[in-house]
Design a protein. Structure first.
Length: 160
């Protein structure tokens, strides 16, 4: 079976440049090869036209999607699955709908509360109330967190 292995290409972001080497040392790629599959790594960036051309040229049997962010933002990762779905290629991982539905931590928390599932309280950075007014006066610890996993923190670098 021919498997296209999509992964983050982060050379433009020095903090994540090591990810470019993932296919060379990936246990997934090694495992697939040891099972006799042909694996073609494809580095993904915001240049999705290039990724599309590669996938059309290769016509893999399945796409192993390892992309967790594009352009330094995890909110863009659904663009990859949207592309693969448009090409009607089978792929691993969550669907575009699932990625979009879970991209916002606040939206997910609201859905959990609506389903009457236990979830910790939260406030957003755009909340106009003081923390004490939100019931967090004695809350300890308070952990600042961006609304989506790849968002910059409103509290400065390194607090994510």
């Amino acid at each position: 079976m021919h498997i296209a292995f999509l992964y983050n290409r982060s050379a433009d972001d020095p903090a994540h440049a090591a990810e470019d080497e993932v296919p060379a040392r990936s246990p997934v790629v090694s495992g697939l090869k040891s099972l006799g599959h042909r694996v073609t790594p494809i580095a993904c960036t915001l240049d999705l036209a290039r990724v599309r051309r590669r996938l059309l040229d290769l016509q893999p049997d399945v796409v192993f999607n390892r992309v967790e962010s594009l352009g330094g933002s995890d909110s863009m990762m659904a663009a990859v699955t949207l592309l693969v779905e448009a090409l009607e290629l089978p792929y691993t991982g969550n669907s575009t709908a699932a990625l979009v539905a879970t991209a916002s931590k606040v939206s997910v928390k609201k859905r959990l509360v609506a389903a009457k599932l236990p979830t910790p309280s939260w406030i957003t950075s755009d909340c106009e109330l003081r923390i004490a007014d939100c019931g967090f006066a004695n809350a300890s610890p308070t952990i600042p967190n961006p609304q989506s996993f790849g968002s910059p923190s409103p509290f400065g670098r390194g607090s994510e």
